[in-house]
Design a protein around this ligand. Structure first.
Ligand code: SAH
Ligand code: SF4
Ligand code: F3S
Length: 440
């Protein structure tokens, strides 16, 4: 009997990798693979990797090492590395870990079926090109599998900004926007399959400038308004944005488009103008603060989240204090923060590094402040009525969990609730990582 082959995919890194993993599973579905949630019974293991910080990249090699036993037991098992480590290190991965059969970079996923066949034939398969064709055009979904209530949709890839610390422009290549018609088709298809909330993805999603049906380049705001017209699609989000691409029409949409949710991830990285300049961010702390003011004027209840790097080369105590001051001024609802990690090939890697102990101490203080702001933002929701899109059962009997308009996790106990229900909820309590409430 020739049963279906089993595919185990493990995804690291950002949401774009989550989206890509879904597309890769679909592409290999055409080769007779079905997904499994354990590597133990897999015929193919695919690690979709992240190169953003050293730890993320190193994790891949320790994970690969753990598959040695499996491969010894099952010589037919094929092991592949996809994603940003694949792009950054290419052939080197196979040299360092000979049990790897296949390496594929993020722009070549549509070539996965050929690469898989080559690996099956016993050859090493490698593709880290930046081909001319649009991989997503060649990655067609399998017919109409039912979906959960939320989905990611990549609309833009790559980055031309070259922040001095960042590998993304090298691993994902130059900025490319997908055409409007393709995105709308995909969105309609997702909605037919049960999706009610779509998060538009891009490394710089607000730099989106895809070709519209009229031949003109459309902005992200224009794309959002077109999605707004799709019946059955209830919520629209987008991530990640760059401060310099927050255009007037996009700010305005936050005030006028009811489906566009009141949450904006707008990384600033540092509050020191000197460091921002050295980072090549091309904006100042002041211009960022003015921008936040304008966004809040358009949508007063919007929740702002951010990314921060501490211990960027040459960062002094004074620079770090500027970052804390900016955080105080903005008052974040959510944040991600990292110690600067040296990335080979990026300009900042060559500069004077900050002591590891200093980085740790700064990160601790920064996270302490951000956690307090995050808790306060959550507690401020108590007593309010918010929209909640329910996604799955909670841990307790009869409990459902969903996300509020402001992206807080919300638990409600009500046995009539089903995944995909969008309901008004009165928030009654706040625990460290979630809110509780009852149907309004
Ligand atoms: N395109 C997005 C995010 C890209 S990576 C943006 O421009 O905001 C996600 C986050 O990882 C970044 O915002 C940054 O905070 C962090 N990051 C990127 N490179 C890093 C490095 N070398 N060390 C530590 N953190 C890093
Ligand atoms: Fe990296 Fe900067 Fe591009 Fe974001 S904008 S992906 S941080 S280079
Ligand atoms: Fe990581 Fe690549 Fe995303 S480096 S953060 S997986 S774009």
């Amino acid at each position: 009997m020739t049963g279906a082959k089993k595919l185990y995919i493990k995804t690291y890194g950002c949401q774009m990798n989550v989206y890509d993993s879904e597309r890769m599973a679909e592409a290999l579905g055409g080769q007779g693979y079905v997904e499994t949630d354990t590597p133990d019974d897999a015929d193919m293991i695919l690690l979709n990797t992240c190169h953003i910080r050293e730890k993320a990249a190193e994790k891949v090699y320790s994970e690969l090492g753990r598959f040695k036993g499996l491969k010894a037991e099952k010589p037919d098992l094929k092991i592949g590395v996809a994603g940003c480590v694949a792009q950054a290190e290419g052939q080197e991965i196979m040299r360092r870990q000979p049990l790897v059969d296949l390496v594929v970079g993020p722009q070549s996923y549509h070539r996965l079926p050929e690469l898989e066949a080559k690996a099956r034939g016993g050859e090493k398969a490698l593709d880290t090109d930046f081909p001319e064709e649009d991989k997503f055009d060649h990655l067609k979904a399998r017919p109409k599998a039912k979906r959960g209530p939320t989905a990611f949709l990549t609309v833009q890839e790559g980055c031309d900004k070259f922040c001095a610390f960042c590998v993304v422009p090298y691993t994902r290549g130059a900025e490319v926007s997908r055409p409007v018609a393709r995105i709308l088709d995909e969105a309609r298809d997702l909605v037919e399959r049960g999706v009610r909330e779509i998060t538009l993805l891009g490394q710089n999603v607000n730099a989106y400038h895809g070709q519209g049906p009229d031949g003109a380049d459309w902005s992200l705001a224009r794309l959002i308004w077109a999605l707004d017209g799709i019946d059955g699609l209830e919520r629209i989000r987008f991530t990640t944005s760059h401060p310099n691409d927050m255009t007037d029409d996009l700010i305005e949409a936050h005030g006028t488009c009811a489906k566009l949710m009141p949450y904006l991830h707008l990384p600033v990285q540092s509050g020191s103008d000197r460091i921002l300049k050295r980072m090549n961010r091309a904006h100042t702390a002041e211009s960022y603060l003015r921008l936040i003011e304008r966004i809040r004027a358009a949508r007063p209840d919007i929740l702002i989240s951010g990314d921060f790097i501490v211990g960027f080369p040459e960062e002094t105590d004074r620079d770090f204090q500027d970052t804390l001051d900016l955080i105080e001024a903005v008052n974040y609802g959510y944040a991600f923060s990292f110690k600067y990690s040296t990335r080979p090939g990026t300009p900042a890697a060559e500069r004077d590094q900050v002591d590891e102990a200093v980085k740790s101490e700064r990160l601790y203080r920064l996270q302490d402040l951000l956690t307090r702001q995050q808790r306060a933002a959550q507690e401020a929701m108590v007593g309010q009525e918010v929209g909640v899109l329910f996604e799955k059962p909670g841990r307790l009997q009869g409990q459902m969990v969903g996300k509020s308009d402001h992206l807080h996790a919300v638990h409600v106990s009500d046995s009539d609730l089903r995944p995909g229900d969008l309901r008004r909820v009165r928030i009654t309590d706040s625990t460290p990582n979630a809110l509780g409430g009852r149907l309004a």
